[in-house]
Design a protein around this ligand. Structure first.
Ligand SMILES: Cc1ncc(COP(=O)(O)O)c(C=O)c1O
Length: 898
């Protein structure tokens, strides 16, 4: 492949001087769908529940029936509709519980809202605000008085001083703070870690954002975090960890050690934290600790809260998010389009509420503690296993002493037979089975209500539980049969899926390849190759300037300028610059690969990025042609570019001869003899070592095994394919939509092709801009290596890098007829790698394929060396240099920015 053509400004940049580049109640009323039937199967989250959701009519008389039939002839009733991303949330478990509660006159200890009113002084403020005419749209991010009150309370609670104007956003309840945070800061495909059981809106909102949810399950009795599991769950794909402390529904409060563990992970992996602290003032057994107050966390945490729980005004829906300005930016963007602003008079009243003296919160806690005691003691007396709850107004219990198979059947029984409503918590888990032994009760009810509920449970539940168990026993015979039938069905289903998957090569279980069309999550990193310090003093054995070693490797490029070894700066600023001016560009061969060898100094690495990526410009007509090709291809959708290095020079160099005819072999050997040093190469060994470029067919097989179907469009960056159509045919049969620069633009457009270089330059740009790039030989290929690094630098663009060594035995087996699990094995190799996000460079990986972390920075970084330099960094450095020269005349010292 040709060397890279550098435009005049490259030289300046090269020297580092150029531009641098529910509550349960909400769940109840959230669904607009008609309620499902009361059979317990309607509670299921699965699509099975959907059938029961269709509107039903109960018709008693023939006349009415005839009328209904007549009407339905005219127009069939509209079916409930919901977008796919919310389909699974169609469950109306809370509505069901409420409906049953009303029907059976049950006492409601399910829904998390107080059955008593908020304080008069707050209500009075709201009335006064309305009378005073504070009734028009409020400022989008909150009325100033409320922003200040929130900032003051936050300071009191956490010790952190926040800017009420830039770091506090008032939202419509904490629910909106959650939505704005997620929608404003999470990209589709980002991984977010939740702790199950979790408040229901997290999962639904994350689904709306297209996030990938990873759930860590907290187990009773203490619901502590399985630290190893959490540690393993955080990867480079993780964008945020979402906590809720004190936690609904468990009442767990995250301990300082747990918060510190989370903080360490967040800092280490540059992960954001979202902390829902709506129950912060309902902490009974421990002191509430805000995650943002843990060292290193403020700059990466969004803390969410609301007025509802603390002031018993859940219907007002006043909430807020406190976050550093750079995160507030994203969440405010979402807030602007979700609700824009929140009820004005209620905000004024909320401001007054938050100025309440400490004694208000003490009284609140005292009252709730008394209520908690009534409930907890009563539940224990009634025979439940009660788990400790440190905060919130919820208590989790284990219902299994009563012999019911799951939480839903127990809650149904509790309503119908005992007259008390509780919440089955399986809906708070990604895997509902994990919550099937548990039940959640709330004590945010007046003491009379709590006592009455407890009495019912103590009397009826105790009296009836044997009956419940007996019923259970009778049922279990039937259930056993049903269970066996279900098992049989599962086996049949699994077999069918297996059959289907073995016959259909496009079923990929491991990774959703459609996600690969997008760029990888940046997790806060962005490219920046700007210098951060002055150059270090030159080593004593150099000529006083940066040593640049350019050793030409591509003997075809005889017209290129070869800088003399250790060329002084003046060589570039005089001789080379003259040539650049004269010709518009010069070739410095091969500049990309050997800027200098083995010098692993971050400042020098950044210089390499400035040269290789930042400054890389082709002549205007090449840039135009490339963009035209990309635009034409993109107008039809996504496309993959494949650097198909199946060319004579490469095959001869690699010594991969056996697949060719004897005539072709002869040609390759001749080329090898003329151009490379003699070496005895055994094809099979070379292949198993991963030294052979992939054949076109192998490329096709890999992409198909990964899940790309035959409609996928592929742009081939390739010279002349050795062996021609004989090798291309199998590839084309797998992927008929193959393009190259000639097929897209027409051959005449590339007529001014200077020794193939225009085509190669155009190919480089198209590969750079394509949605997915796949090299087939990254060995000594500057083209592929530079592209891999360039695409990473250019915004973490997906690159599929086949591990040829790991794939070789799979291909060998296939050729020998052992192809049974071919695709599975290929997927195993392909999905074990990464596709382009920030990832530590691992020796012997080349800096040119992965310049992370040197050439990247973080806007909000904990470590000084990761922090993005200011935009005017060059000016800053120059000023310092001048001052330094003035004071001690030593211009070559190294100064790190602070
Ligand atoms: C953990 C948690 N977060 C958020 C909310 C919603 O708060 P708001 O009513 O302020 O929207 C609730 C309500 O139950 C909750 O339990």
């Amino acid at each position: 492949m040709p060397p890279i053509c550098l435009a005049p400004d490259v030289m300046l940049r090269f020297f580092g001087l150029g531009p641098s580049a529910s509550s349960t109640s909400q769940r109840c009323f959230r669904s607009a769908l008609p309620p499902p039937s009361s059979s317990s199967s309607a509670y299921l989250r699965s699509s099975g529940a959907r059938a029961t959701m269709a509107p039903m009519s109960t018709v008693d008389t023939n006349k009415e029936a005839a009328h209904v039939r007549e009407q339905s002839h005219k127009s069939s009733p509209p079916q409930p509709q919901v977008a796919k991303r919310l389909e699974k949330f169609k469950t109306t478990i809370f509505t069901q519980m409420s409906n049953l509660a009303i029907k059976h006159g049950a006492i409601n200890l399910g829904q998390g809202f107080p059955n008593f009113d908020g304080p008069d002084f707050v209500k009075e403020e709201a009335i006064q605000a309305i009378i005073a005419g504070k009734n028009q749209y409020a400022r989008g991010f909150g009325v100033p008085a409320l922003n200040s009150a929130i900032a003051d309370r936050f300071k009191k609670d956490t010790g952190l001083e926040v800017d009420p104007e830039r770091e506090v956003t008032v939202t419509s309840g904490c629910t909106e703070a959650i939505a704005a945070t997620i929608l404003g800061l999470i990209n589709p495909g980002d991984e977010v870690i939740l702790f199950a059981p979790f408040y229901d809106s997290y999962e639904a909102t994350l689904s709306m954002a297209g996030a990938k949810i990873k759930s860590i399950t907290l187990h009773p009795p203490d619901f502590s975090i399985p630290l190893d599991e959490l540690n393993a769950a955080v990867t480079t794909e993780t964008r945020a960890i979402f906590i809720n402390t004190p936690q609904n529904p468990t009442g767990k409060m995250f301990t300082k050690e747990e918060l510190e563990f989370i903080a360490n992970l967040c800092v280490k992996h540059d992960v954001l934290a979202f902390s829902d602290e709506v129950y912060d003032k309902l902490a009974f057994e421990a002191e509430h600790i805000s995650l943002a107050s843990i060292p290193g966390m403020w700059e990466r945490t969004v803390t969410m809260n609301s007025l509802g729980k603390t002031f018993s005004l859940t219907g007002w829906k006043i909430g807020w998010a406190v976050a550093p300005a750079h995160l507030t930016w994203g969440l405010r963007q979402a807030h602007s389009f979700l609700t824009f602003a929140t009820s004005t008079p209620m905000q004024w009243a909320a401001a007054a509420a938050l100025r309440a003296p400490e004694s208000y919160y003490e009284g609140l806690r005292r009252d709730y503690k008394a209520k908690k005691t009534i409930l907890v003691d009563g539940l224990k007396d009634a025979g439940f296993i009660v788990y400790p709850s440190s905060g919130t107004y919820f208590v989790m219990v284990d219902h299994t002493p009563f012999g019911f198979p799951d939480d839903i059947s127990f809650c149904e029984y509790l309503i119908k037979e005992v007259g008390v409503v509780a919440i089955p918590p399986s809906v708070f888990y990604l895997n509902p089975d994990e919550g099937k032994n548990l039940v959640r009760f709330t004590f945010c009810k007046d003491e009379g209500t709590l006592r009455a509920a407890v009495e019912r449970m103590k009397q009826k539940l105790k009296r009836n539980w044997r009956r419940g168990a007996r019923q259970q026993k009778q049922l279990s015979g039937l259930r056993g049969m049903a269970w066996r039938l279900s098992l049989a069905m599962v086996v049949v289903l699994a077999f069918t899926i297996w059959l289907f998957s073995t016959r259909n090569s496009l079923v990929v279980q491991d990774i959703d390849v459609s996600k690969l069309w997008g760029t990888a999550p940046s997790t806060g990193w962005r490219p920046s190759a700007a210098p951060r310090s002055f150059w270090a003093s030159p080593p004593s054995n150099s000529n006083g300037f940066l040593r640049v070693r350019c050793n030409g490797g591509l003997n075809q490029q005889r017209s290129a300028i070869n800088p003399p070894r250790d060329a002084p700066l003046s060589w570039y600023t005089t001789f080379a610059l003259d040539k650049i001016k004269k010709h518009g560009a010069i070739y410095l061969t091969p500049f990309s690969h050997r800027l200098a060898e083995e010098i692993n100094v971050p400042e020098l690495q950044r210089l390499r990025c400035r040269v290789n990526y930042h400054a890389l410009r082709f002549k205007p007509h090449i840039m135009k042609l490339s963009h035209d090709i990309v635009n034409t291809l993109r107008s039809q959708g996504h496309f993959i570019s494949v650097h198909l290095r199946f060319e004579m020079d490469m095959l001869a160099f690699a010594g991969c001869l056996d697949i060719f005819t004897s005539k072709e072999k002869e040609l390759l050997m001749k080329y090898r003899k003329e151009n490379f040093a003699p070496k005895h190469l055994v094809y099979k060994e070379r292949r198993l070592m991963g030294k052979c470029p992939l054949t076109p067919e192998e490329v096709g097989l890999i992409l198909r095994a990964m899940g790309f179907d035959n409609t996928t469009r592929i742009y081939l960056a390739a010279g002349e394919i050795f062996g021609g159509e004989r090798f291309m045919k199998p590839f084309r049969s797998l992927f008929p939509n193959l393009e190259n620069h000639n097929t897209v633009m027409g051959a005449e457009k590339l007529e001014d092709n200077a020794r193939g270089l225009v085509g190669a330059a155009v190919d480089y740009m198209v590969c750079l801009l394509s949605d997915i790039f796949m090299p087939t030989y990254d060995g000594p290929s500057n083209f592929a290596n530079n592209l891999m690094g360039h695409r990473l630098y250019y915004g973490f663009r997906t690159t599929i890098t086949p591990n040829r060594r790991a794939l070789a035995p799979i291909f060998v087996d296939r050729e020998a007829g052992r192809a049974a699990d071919f695709e599975e094995r290929v997927r195993g190799v392909m999905f074990a790698g990464s596709f382009g996000g920030p990832r530590e460079r691992v020796h012997p990986e080349s800096f040119y394929t992965n310049s992370w972390p040197e050439c990247f920075c973080q806007v909000s970084a904990k470590r000084k060396e990761d922090r993005c330099p200011p935009d005017n960094i060059l000016q800053v450095l120059e000023n310092r240099l001048r001052n330094e020269v003035k004071t001690d005349g030593n211009a070559t010292k190294t100064f790190l920015l602070d």
